[in-house]
Design a protein around this ligand. Structure first.
Ligand SMILES: [Fe+2]
Ligand SMILES: [Fe+2]
Length: 358
């Protein structure tokens, strides 16, 4: 059976789930042999933006998104090897928000790995997050793949330490999307030095998967869909044969190939952002090979939100977007062309036109 058939089987299951509610997902892996120990799957939930109101009150709509993703990830069949949370658990970095998120995520019956988002960080510079979840950057190995988790949302020390009268004000400034007072994200020198050391002990044939919050390339500076030292990070990854970067933050289906590196974004459980190239204020670098999301209704609260699962076979990833209130998508690495391909919408005649922005 060909890989495309497997994907259809998977999508069929996912579609049934979206409609019926409680039918487990089917994730059928036949492409490289079901028993091939190199194949594995992991789930990815991101950008829940849980928002504390007062006391025990939270914005219920965002709570609902995370709860739904947790329930669906728990129904994955076969069970994923682990689950990643891609950052922005909180909206304003509050202890209450992080606690609330971790309480909900504690229902996941899997090993978890966490990535730091700017909404988790800029109130106390990641201190509470770190006290609950451990280091802000680290690496681990799984079935022959080397995973690296980075904190990509740091910025210039002057902006972080000197510019704002209070921690709360700093957090509010970084929480805005189109804020001219913001500051570009970066991985920073210390972490790049650590990354270089970490990768020095990894063979060049080992597949590398980097998990970051912001994209490790430059899409649109005005919205901070951007990592200032992206090229320097990419240079450290350049010697490896199979490199994938998975990121949150952009709240949309987005993928790209730069040199040897494949990039995939995951969706938010809270709200979708439009594509930066639908606005004309500044140059946007939305990759040419990205097929825009067929977002039918920008004002539908759940359109183009959801969660994501990844199959890792032969060291490259297939990305399954489980979109709520929209058609599921699969973006898979095409071995022949050497880049990610949207297997559902790539052919022109199969595309549903994206919305026209207001
Ligand atoms: Fe976010
Ligand atoms: Fe973010």
């Amino acid at each position: 059976m060909k890989a495309s058939m497997d994907r259809r089987s998977f999508l069929k299951g996912a579609g049934t789930l979206a409609l019926g509610g409680l039918i487990p997902l089917n994730l059928i892996e036949v492409a490289f042999g079901k028993d091939n120990p190199q194949n594995f799957t992991f789930g990815y939930i991101s950008d829940s933006h849980l928002t504390h109101i007062k006391g025990t009150q939270f914005v219920r709509n965002w709570d609902h998104g995370l709860r739904r993703a947790v329930a669906e990830v728990n129904m994955m069949d076969p069970k994923p090897d682990f689950v990643v949370y891609g950052g922005d658990i909180a909206q304003l970095g509050k202890k209450e928000e992080i606690d609330h998120g971790l309480e909900m995520l504690s229902a996941i019956r899997n090993k978890m790995h966490y990535v730091m988002g700017e909404h988790d960080y800029y109130l106390d510079l990641g201190k509470y997050w770190e006290s609950q979840l451990g280091p802000q950057w680290y690496s681990f190995d799984h079935k022959g793949v080397h995973f690296v988790v980075l904190n990509s949302i740091l910025t210039y020390p002057d902006w972080t330490y000197k510019r704002w009268p209070s921690a709360r004000e700093r957090m509010h400034q970084m929480a805005r999307l189109d804020n001219p007072q913001g500051s570009p994200f970066m991985v920073g020198e210390a972490q790049r030095a650590w990354l270089q050391q970490d990768l020095a002990k990894v063979s060049k044939d080992t597949p590398i998967v980097v998990l970051s919050h912001s994209p490790l390339y430059k899409i649109y500076k005005g919205w901070n869909f951007w990592t200032e030292d992206a090229e320097q990070v990419q240079a450290l990854l350049q010697p490896f044969r199979k490199v994938t970067v998975i990121h949150g933050h952009v709240h949309q289906v987005l993928y790209n190939q730069i040199g040897n590196i494949s990039f995939y974004a995951v969706m938010s459980t809270a709200w979708p952002w439009p594509y930066a190239n639908t606005y004309t204020q500044a140059k946007s670098l939305v990759p040419k090979l990205t097929v825009p999301m067929n977002r039918a209704d920008p004002f539908h609260e759940r359109d183009a939100t959801g969660w994501t699962s990844f199959d890792l076979a032969n060291g490259h990833v297939d990305t399954h977007y489980q979109l709520w209130s929209n058609t599921d998508r699969t973006v898979a690495f095409n071995m022949r062309d050497g880049k990610p391909e949207d297997t559902v919408y790539q052919p022109e005649d199969q595309r549903i036109p994206p919305q026209t922005q207001y």
